[in-house]
Ligand binder design. Structure first.
Ligand code: FE2
Length: 277
């Protein structure tokens, strides 16, 4: 494990290719003075952990606003309660797809930029949140694979992810998910910075123009590579932990947990700054 100090941002790396723990105080973080360094670091590390920083909802909103353009939820609230308790979250079905590798907002014109989660209630079992660094996974591809995927395009849709958790949906449900639309995206996202990351996940249906078994084989192999140990970080929550990820260079998923345990995470996010291209 390494410990490093960059000007005033204090951090230690959790794993070589992904995730750092930030060691600054809450006051230092809320001051906004570290925002540029945080943005620079997270583009390299994918995930930043603020151990037991204990942000209140208002503080989490305030901190998120120092990092980019704050993006409220669709219903207008600043904070989204991630809970399977219907009294807390009336749209709990929306969370079923979060158990499978994905990035947030892939179907939007701009995927979201950063997302932050704070743990409020722990699960009784399970419930880790896992991440993978899709920049590092791209960089580690063989020259042959980089050439293979360079110009490939994939059809993504929300209804593809539906079949992960509901293999025999009612027609109404299928039509509703199809109504969200589909979107053709490159496998390789060349960012304005010049860095490249992989665009995969449970919305990926098929590679355009490829034999369908070859397509399934390739998408599965790339997902297995991108989420493998060297690029993977699993966060086991303590109450008060805040975890932030760069949604443009990572994928994430929740691990299963007791649906009746009251596990509660609060999420805030920033708007995306560039389309997938
Ligand atoms: Fe998500």
């Amino acid at each position: 494990m390494t410990t490093a100090t960059r000007t005033r941002l204090k951090f230690e790396n959790a794993k070589p290719n992904i995730a750092s723990r930030i060691l600054n105080t809450k006051e230092e973080l809320l001051s906004g003075e570290l925002s540029a360094e945080i943005r620079e670091l997270i583009e390299q590390r994918g995930v930043l952990v603020f151990p037991q920083i204990n942000f209140t909802d208002d503080e989490q909103v305030e901190f998120t606003k120092t990092l980019g353009t704050f993006m409220p939820e669709m219903a207008g609230q600043d904070v989204y309660a991630i809970s399977l308790d219907e009294k807390v979250n009336p749209n709990r079905d929306y969370l079923k797809g979060s158990l499978y590798w994905h990035a947030d907002g892939t179907m939007n014109a701009l995927p979201i930029g950063y997302a932050l989660l704070t743990s409020k209630v722990l699960p009784t079992w399970g419930g880790n949140t896992e991440f993978c660094n899709t920049y590092a996974a791209y960089d580690a591809l063989s020259a042959e694979d980089k050439a293979l995927v360079a110009n490939l395009r994939v059809m993504h849709s929300a209804w593809t992810s539906l079949f992960y958790y509901d293999p025999e949906p009612g027609q109404d449900m299928l039509e509703r998910m199809m109504g969200i639309g589909d979107k053709e995206l490159p496998v390789v996202w060349t960012h304005r910075s010049g860095r490249k990351s992989l665009v995969l996940g449970c919305t990926a249906h098929h590679v355009l123009g490829m034999d369908w078994t070859e397509s399934a084989r390739l998408l599965n192999r790339l997902r297995e590579h991108a989420t493998s140990e060297p690029f993977h970080y699993a966060h086991e929550w303590s109450v008060g932990d805040c975890v932030m990820w760069d949604n443009t260079g990572t994928m994430h998923r929740a691990r299963p947990y007791d649906p009746d345990c009251g596990r509660l995470l609060t999420r805030t996010k920033t708007g995306g700054e560039e389309p997938i291209a």
